[in-house]
Design a protein around this ligand. Structure first.
Ligand code: F6P
Length: 536
């Protein structure tokens, strides 16, 4: 990606503020936004002007984005370091026709598995599939990373539609997680879903064995009360899960892109198959838009280009995702995996070193809570942190519409405050109005200055329905894809997680006291020694 043009434009525009841009064109919100369906993405509160946007858009053609996009949708093996296709889009391709991998249409199997999920989920919900003690009151999903974050996020997001059994998620190998979860449950009326693409992940397999022992001890029946979600169906069988309780998916579904398929089974059990279908249709609608819209009208593309502008051109190291939607409380964590595991890489597809920064740190919390925690730094810290706000036009609680209006007002106030700021003169006037004078007025005023000109975007949607959630998740998936293509990296592998896993395996016997820590570095050995001294 050649950024010289953009870097030059950024330097030329150094003194041009976002407010200057609104001064020149009060209607720029219309021109610097993209919409699809009922979603509106407003990026007018950024320093991007028409020339900058043109230069950003040129990057798409230079990177062959259209060809890469079609390669993904049509099943080419674009995950080159693992030799795999990337086809999570096929999981939501409800009526989009055939998709071939190695010459074979994958859609019959996708739709067949989806239908099996629907039948299973509805039978669990209706009580036809039950545990040793009766119909299921609770479902525990055991998985981590992509086998956890997507369903957790979606379960919270869709809570107004949740009319199935209670759902719990266990991911951490910390025994506290499973102990605190199982303590409240009836082992004879709990369904355990073991979700692991590889079915080898040590955290998941350890938790799954603990859950099975708990169930047996408590009079439950693992043969009736366990199900598995995996692309390694041979391993699920070895674990003892009956074939009819196993929901498989192919290796062309990346873990962090897998919520659309069997990994979404707990969500389907919670909200029912119709609501889950609506979620899939939302994702499919975004796919159709992403494939058809020209670059400037293409929401995922523009979201990605705003990201490139802030990270690779201006050098901002992080971006905050700030949903003003309590039910999206796990969305920032979900996006952390989606974005950082996909684009946190310093080697290009061809093996050369990346010549620009990788993807940014992604973090956030729902508003308004974040306002009372870290927004201080966003407004007055020395680093600029581009903010991505999200908010619904209305909530799900008509009787609490006044809450929602307050929420919306807060969201809009934050992006306005970031852009407009407060000058030293305004701050002085405020202090003078309070009766301060002289040095004290000056000193106090300086603490109350907001530089302003801090960029943000806002994604606004009518209401957080299953369809809208599907649109939002697919929007961000495609944003990550576009950024990855422009960076020239492979967004679909995750070699960076391997070293830690290998070292944890070698440290296991050392921490167990079976092997010596002498071969380890001094710090690691000292920490092991401390842990050994301080345990029973
Ligand atoms: O550690 C990274 C990772 O491989 C993620 O990419 C994945 O989502 C997670 O582990 C869980 O993997 P699995 O579903 O195979 O248990």
């Amino acid at each position: 990606m050649q950024l010289d043009n953009l870097t030059a434009l950024a330097a030329e525009r150094n003194d041009q503020t976002i407010l200057d841009l609104f001064g020149k064109d009060a209607d720029r919100a219309g021109a610097f936004s993209a919409s699809t369906g009922d979603l509106l993405f407003d990026y007018s509160k950024t320093q991007i002007d028409a020339d900058i946007r043109d230069a950003l858009i040129e990057l798409c053609d230079a990177a062959g984005l259209a060809e890469r996009r079609e390669a993904m949708f049509s099943g080419a093996k674009i995950n080159e370091t693992e030799g795999r296709a990337v086809l999570h889009t096929a999981l939501r391709n409800l009526d989009g026709g055939p998709v071939a991998v190695d010459g074979l249409d994958v859609m019959p199997e996708v739709l067949d598995t989806l239908q099996r999920m629907r039948v299973f989920a509805e039978e669990v919900r209706g009580g036809a599939i039950a545990g040793a003690g009766g119909s299921f009151t609770d479902v525990v999903n055991i998985g981590i990373g992509g086998s956890d974050l997507g369903p957790v996020m979606a379960t919270h997001a869709l809570s107004p539609y949740h009319d199935g059994p209670r759902l719990h998620y266990v991911s951490n190998v910390d025994g506290a997680h499973i102990a605190d979860t199982l303590r409240q449950l009836d082992p004879t009326r709990t369904l355990v879903i073991v979700a692991s693409k590889t079915f080898t992940t040590i955290e998941t397999m350890t938790n799954a064995r603990t859950a099975r022992a708990w169930m047996v001890d408590g009079g439950g029946d693992p043969a009736r009360q366990f199900a598995a979600v995996s692309s390694a169906v041979d391993k699920t069988e070895a674990f003892g899960i009956p074939e009819d309780r196993v929901f498989g998916f192919a290796d062309w579904v990346g873990g962090r892109y897998s919520v659309w398929g069997p990994v979404g089974l707990p969500v389907m059990i919670a909200v029912g198959s119709n609501a889950f279908d609506a979620f899939l249709r939302g994702g499919q609608a975004m796919d159709v838009h992403f494939r058809a819209a020209n670059w400037v009208e293409n929401m995922p593309v523009m979201l990605a280009l705003v990201g490139i502008w802030h990270r690779q051109v201006l050098g901002h190291t992080s971006r905050a995702v700030l949903p003003y939607d309590q039910r999206l409380l796990r969305l920032p964590a979900y996006f952390q995996q989606l974005e950082m595991e996909s684009n946190g890489k310093s080697v290009a597809m061809d093996g050369s070193s990346l010549k620009m920064p990788s993807g940014p740190v992604v973090w956030g919390e729902p508003g308004t809570n974040g306002q009372h925690a870290f927004y201080q730094l966003i407004h007055q810290g020395t680093d600029v942190i581009p903010c991505e706000f999200m908010v619904a036009a209305e909530g799900h609680e008509p009787e609490l519409a006044h809450h929602h209006r307050l929420l919306l007002a807060n969201c809009l106030a934050q992006s306005e405050a970031l852009m407009c700021g407060r000058s030293l003169d305004e701050a002085r006037q405020r202090m003078a109005d309070k009766g301060l004078q002289g040095d004290e007025l000056e000193r106090q005023a300086r603490h109350r200055v907001f530089s302003g000109d801090r960029p943000s975007t806002t994604l606004i949607y009518p209401k957080l329905t299953p369809f809208v959630l599907g649109q939002i998740i697919a929007l961000y998936e495609h944003r990550v894809f576009v950024e990855g293509v422009l960076l020239g990296i492979n967004s679909f592998d995750q070699w960076g997680v391997e070293l830690g896993k290998e070292l944890a395996t070698s440290l296991g016997p050392i921490v167990d006291g079976e092997e010596s820590a002498d071969e380890k570095d001094g710090s690691t050995a000292a920490l092991v020694a401390y842990a050994m001294r301080h345990r029973d």
